[in-house]
Ligand binder design. Sequence first.
Ligand SMILES: N[C@@H](CCC(=O)N[C@@H](CS)C(=O)NCC(=O)O)C(=O)O
Length: 279
Amino acid sequence: MAVTCSVSFRQCRGATIYYVQGRWGAQASLTSKYLGDPPMAAVAPSKLASLPPSLTAASEPPALFDGTTRLYVAYVCPFAQRPWIARNYKGLQEKIELVPVDLLNRPAWYKDKLYSANKVPSLEHNNEVRGESLDLIKYIDAHFEGPALKPDDPAKQQFAEELLSYSDSFNMVMFKATAAKGDVSGELDAAYDKIEDALSKFSDGPFFLGQFSLVDIAYAPFVERFQTLLLDVKNYDILKGRPKLALWIEELNKIEAYAQTRIDPQELMSATKKRFGLA
Ligand SMILES: N[C@@H](CCC(=O)N[C@@H](CS)C(=O)NCC(=O)O)C(=O)O
């Protein structure tokens, strides 16, 4: 099945790093093996049962621009998980409809009629569609009721912006380290020590800004994935010598809004490893 529109590539140390439905891999060439798996393979069946089914190329679109607010996601996509957590945390389950799409068998109307960037997440609200996960967390926080995700304290606001800016670089270190052949512990130490330091900055709670915020939402989907993957592939324990990070993950898992978006870690890892050509 050729679905090249759902794939993007970057070069990394001579290998092609590719990206399919929220998962990265390293391979000399992309084969149908990587595009042929059931797109929902990583989602635990128990979780799937309680979530709406993903729309496919065969699915009719919802009544687009009828005034309904819709958040388009793919269940395995860490970027889409961000605004999904924000929506849950603010208690907007009734106000923002969750619409999962199957990226590997994507409905044509998604690009043609809704979001020309053709990525998830996207948010349909007030007859407009917007994307970019970090922007969407902020947008949902600013335009809907519910507990604030952005702190009031200017010092925390500034630190939030620094951490949000760093999140892309952090993710890139993780993607490259996972795909690299040699010892990458130096790069990983630097990235996770930075996270451990960041978690030490405010003492009024276990989260990046003390209390749960948009920064935790930005990092959680990625840390979740790379914790299991790095342990398995690189024998690298992100928690070793990092008590703040261990506590952060423990406390994060108690947040129902986040727990609702989590898919089984082992299932996710085995699917991700397949994408990395490591299984
Ligand atoms: N920078 C975007 C990245 C979104 C993204 O790459 N989403 C992936 C799925 S995890 C996607 O839609 N890929 C489809 C494609 O690239 O065609 C964001 O933060 O929202």
